[in-house]
Ligand binder design. Structure first.
Ligand SMILES: [Zn+2]
Ligand SMILES: [Zn+2]
Length: 227
């Protein structure tokens, strides 16, 4: 089966997680900011593409977990790009969210990570809500998919018929699975978000935790997972 990956979509690898640079004409938008290596790799990638830091029009966050915001302060300072995210994610970005149940384990891991990384929180400049249409990469629609966190959002490109699905699920050959309990702060909301993606019925998915750049492969794996 052939690999499907949109033109202008660049996957930036790092420790444990990937983030994505979406490039069109002489502009770019970043979805999530990875952990420690992402800012360096972003600068290298944009330099290779002959894009200045100011070409970065926005930083979109699927949610505020540390593995998606670790590079946020550095990338925002470097580019000056505004940060777009659901307002419920500010507490995660700030490291002040109060976790309950199994998710307290994930919260403790994050707290350790913030200390190790010398993490600095950043304010959301532009709060987004479900259904917002963002003028990037031919248009990205905000799809609120709560469960992993309360403000967890995907971004849907109608042009490419692809959904950036954040941490709704992880896609690896050895295991494709929904957000695990220790990283899920609103578990009761997860099944409805899975159903919403199935109803949206995109041609491909781009998660943040995956092995291969192939949107159709990730969709096939997502179709196999159950709540
Ligand atoms: Zn997460
Ligand atoms: Zn993650």
């Amino acid at each position: 089966m052939s690999t499907i990956w949109p033109t202008g979509l660049h996957s930036i690898g790092g420790a444990l997680v990937r983030c994505h640079l979406l490039v069109w004409e002489r502009s770019a938008v970043l979805i999530d900011t990875g952990l420690c290596l992402a800012p360096y790799r972003l600068r290298k990638l944009m330099s290779r593409l002959a894009l200045k830091p100011t070409a970065l029009r926005a930083i979109l966050l699927t949610h505020g977990h540390l593995d998606h915001t670790g590079g946020l302060a550095e990338i925002k300072a470097w580019s000056g790009a505004p940060v777009f995210a659901h307002p419920a994610e500010q507490a995660h970005i700030d490291g002040t969210f109060s976790y309950h149940g199994a998710a307290r384990v994930g919260g403790a891991i994050e707290a350790m990570g913030r200390t190790l990384l010398g993490y600095h929180p950043v304010k959301i400049d532009t709060p987004v809500r479900d259904g917002d249409e963002l003028p990037f990469w031919g248009g990205l629609r905000v799809v609120h998919l709560p469960g992993h966190t309360a403000g967890h959002c995907g971004f849907f490109s109608a042009r490419e018929n692809v959904l950036f699905s954040g941490d709704l699920f992880a896609s690896y050959a050895f295991s494709a699975h929904l957000s695990p309990a220790i990283f899920t702060s609103q578990p009761a909301l997860l099944p409805a978000s899975v159903a919403r993606v199935r109803a949206l019925n995109p041609a491909g998915l781009v998660p943040n935790h995956y092995d291969r750049p192939d949107t159709a492969l990730h969709l096939r794996r997502f179709d196999q997972v159950t709540c």
